[in-house]
Design a protein around this ligand. Structure first.
Ligand code: AMP
Length: 282
């Protein structure tokens, strides 16, 4: 396995694998790898001969009041996990390698970031697109694997791939959960015992909402109101909870037959923000 710290090194490593006739699948991460990340690496392994994993805590997707400084970092353990999964190339760049001092350009997003996480985290998806666009241009993979856990991210990056003509196939990996249903996340490490106990409430709520909609509820507003109170009673603070159109990512008042929807929520357990979602096809 090659561990590359510079853009030149990773380009050379990828090029050498291409010369061997290998296809390249890419899994971008911010490290602190858990089973969710590893499941994406396994999907990438099924898709291509060479898997590239990037490990980089991207500063441009954190706002000043967020946890950039305290975000969990454990490069040695991440490297070992990647080695066990048969990853051939790790790209773990230093900050200066990625961002030069002054930047003159940014990527703008219209409407598909005005709801869900985009509404609560201004600038977040612009930061995500900036880094993913750079990484795609550096690694130039055949495919890239992202988790359904961050469904809005997946949809926005897919738009970028389409609109900016990246020749990359997007693969979505299912959400990996703990036994009690909590979606795995690097940030789950922040939860104290009480918060950890309350945290799977979000998944239970989403499951209940999905079940009700599959059973014929067409107008979810009352359902949402009721479920918000249930979550609050468990000590979780609601950021958002709603049913969104899979295509526009906007909340819907009514669900229609043959429609595709995302039941999604974000809550705070203490200071830790948790997100989760389920997909519905009617
Ligand atoms: P992160 O390191 O949090 O930026 O996540 C890197 C990738 O892992 C993203 O594509 C996430 O959607 C994905 N991911 C994070 N948590 C999970 C999970 N529990 N199951 C599947 N994929 C996940």
């Amino acid at each position: 396995m090659e561990i590359c710290r510079t853009i030149d090194d990773v380009r050379q490593a990828v090029q050498a694998k291409r010369m061997e006739g290998n296809r390249i699948s890419f899994v971008p991460t911010m490290g602190a790898l858990h089973e969710g990340h590893l499941s994406l690496i396994r999907l990438a392994t099924e898709d291509a001969e060479t898997v590239v994993v990037s490990i980089y805590v991207n500063p441009t997707q954190f706002s000043p009041d967020e946890d950039f400084d305290t975000y969990p970092r454990d490069l040695d353990s991440d490297i070992e996990k990647c080695r066990k999964e048969g990853v051939e190339i790790i790209f773990a760049p230093e900050h200066d390698e990625i961002y030069t001092e002054k930047k003159y350009l940014s990527i703008g997003i219209e409407s598909i970031n005005s709801s869900m996480c985009g509404a609560s985290r201004p600038g977040f998806f612009e930061g995500v697109l900036l880094i993913v666009n750079k990484l795609f241009n550096i690694v130039k993979p055949d495919s890239a694997v992202f988790g359904q856990k961050d469904i809005q991210q997946f949809q926005i990056i897919s738009r970028m791939v389409q609109e900016f003509n990246h020749d990359i196939r997007m693969i979505m990996g299912p959400i990996v959960r703990a036994n009690d249903g909590l979606a795995l996340s690097s940030r789950n490490q922040y939860l104290n015992e009480e918060e950890r106990q309350a945290a799977p409430g979000l998944y239970r709520t989403l499951r209940y909402m999905k079940e009700q909609i599959l059973n014929g509820v067409k107008t979810p507003s009352l359902l949402i109101e009721h479920q918000e109170s249930e979550l609050e009673a468990k000590g979780l603070k609601i950021d958002y909870l709603n049913v969104f159109s899979m295509q526009t990512l906007q909340p819907v008042k009514h669900v229609e037959n043959n429609g595709k929807y995302i039941v999604a929520g974000a809550v705070y357990a203490g200071n830790t923000r948790l997100i989760d979602n389920l997909l519905i096809e009617l």
